[in-house]
Design a protein around this ligand. Structure first.
Ligand code: FAD
Length: 291
C-alpha cells in the first residue's frame, strides 16, 4: 500500500501512464513500466477510460506494476458507466492482485454515451464512490484512496468556494491524497495550497506536471483540462513548434523548471503525466533529486 512520509519533508515523486489504445502497443507498455520503475517513483498510476473502455488492459498493467516491479500501483477508477456491482468486481479483482491503491474519479461523459445515461450514474461524484468504499468496510489500512483536485477550479464548478467545499468533502469521506490537474503556472498551485489550508484540507496535495513536448499537444491539453497558458509557454510553442527536437527540449525544460521550483518550495509531491515516455519522467525526477 502507498505510504506517504508523515513529516512531509521529502517531495514524493510519482507518475501516470495509460494503457495503449491498440493491442499492438501492449508489449511495449511493459518496457515503459520497467524503465519508469527503475527510476524508483513512489507509485505509478494507470488511467481508466470512463465508461470502462480499457478495464481489462488496466488490470493487467496494475498487476504487472504491483507484482513484477518494486513500485506501488495506483489504479484509476471512474464512476461514469460504473455502478456498485462494477465497483465491487473491480475492487475484488484489484485485491486478488494485491493492488490496494485507487484514484477515485467521476470521469467525463464519453462521446458515445447519452446525456441520460451519464446523468443516471449510480455514483454521482467521486465523493459518493469514496464514501461507499469506506462504508463497505475498506478502512485506511486496507485501501488507500486518492482523489483529484483542480488548482484553477474544476471547469464545471460555479466558483472556487464551491469547488473547495466539495474538495473538503472528499477528505471527510475518507480520501488519503489529492493529485492535481496539470497546470503551467506555479503561482496558481501555491494560491490553491493556501486556500486548501484555510479550508482545513490537511491531506497531502501532489502537483500534476505535464511537459508540453510537442506544440500540437498544447491546444488538446488546454481543451481537455481548461488550464491557463502563460505567455512564456505560448511563445515557446510559437517559436519552436516547427522544430520537433527543439520543441521537446524547450517544453521539457519548462516542466523541469516548474518541478524544481515546486520541490524547493516544499510541495508534498510531484505527479508527472508521463505519457508513457520514461525519458520525460527521468529528466524531471533527476532534476528534482539533484535540487
Ligand atoms: P468530482 O470530484 O465529482 O467533481 C466534479 C465536479 O462536481 C466539480 O465541479 C466539483 O466541484 C463538483 N462536486 C464534487 N463533489 C460533489 C458533490 N458531492 N456534490 C455536488 N458537486 C460535487 N478521467 C478519466 O476518464 N480517466 C482517468 O483515468 C482520469 N484520471 C485523472 C487523474 C487526475 C489526477 C485528474 C486531475 C483527472 C483525471 N481524469 C480522468 C479526469 C476527471 O475524470 C475529470 O476531471 C472529471 O471531470 C472530474 O472528476 P472528479 O473525480 O474530479 O469529479
Amino acid at each position: 500500500m502507498i505510504r506517504l512520509s508523515e513529516d512531509n519533508r521529502e517531495c514524493v515523486l510519482s507518475c501516470e501512464i495509460f494503457p495503449p489504445k491498440k493491442d499492438a502497443g501492449f508489449p511495449k507498455v511493459y518496457e515503459v513500466v520497467d524503465s519508469i520503475a527503475a527510476l524508483k517513483p513512489a507509485f505509478i498510476s494507470v488511467t481508466y477510460g470512463a465508461g470502462g473502455s480499457n478495464s481489462g488492459k488496466q488490470l493487467e498493467i496494475v498487476d504487472y506494476i504491483q507484482n513484477k516491479t518494486n513500485v506501488e500501483a495506483l489504479a484509476h477508477i471512474t464512476s461514469v458507466g460504473f455502478g456498485k456491482k462494477d465497483l465491487e468486481k473491480c475492487l475484488n479483482d484489484f485485491e486478488e492482485k494485491g493492488v490496494k491503491n485507487v484514484l477515485a474519479l467521476r470521469g467525463d461523459r464519453p462521446r458515445d454515451m447519452s446525456d441520460e445515461r451519464f446523468s443516471s450514474r449510480e455514483f454521482e461524484h467521486a465523493t459518493d464512490m469514496i464514501s461507499y468504499m469506506r462504508d463497505s468496510g475498506r478502512d485506511r489500512d486496507s485501501l488507500f484512496i486518492a482523489g483529484a483536485c483542480y488548482p484553477e477550479k474544476h471547469p464545471e464548478a460555479p466558483d472556487k468556494p464551491t469547488d473547495i467545499y466539495f474538495l473538503k468533502k472528499k477528505q471527510d469521506c475518507g480520501c488519503d491524497l489529492l493529485i492535481s490537474q496539470l497546470f503551467f503556472d506555479n503561482s496558481f498551485f501555491y494560491r490553491f495550497l493556501e486556500y486548501t489550508e484555510k479550508n482545513d484540507i490537511t491531506i497531502p496535495v501532489h502537483a500534476g506536471i505535464m511537459p508540453i513536448v510537442d506544440a500540437n499537444m498544447l491546444g488538446r491539453t488546454v481543451t481537455l483540462s481548461g488550464t491557463s497558458v502563460p505567455k512564456k509557454l505560448a511563445d515557446l510553442c510559437a517559436n519552436y513548434g516547427d522544430d520537433p527536437e527543439e520543441m521537446k527540449k524547450a517544453g521539457l525544460d519548462y516542466a523541469i523548471n516548474q518541478a524544481v521550483d515546486l520541490a524547493s518550495n516544499g510541495v508534498h509531491g510531484i505527479h508527472v503525466y508521463a505519457m508513457n515516455k520514461p525519458d520525460i519522467c527521468k529528466a524531471i525526477f533527476d532534476a528534482v533529486r539533484e535540487g
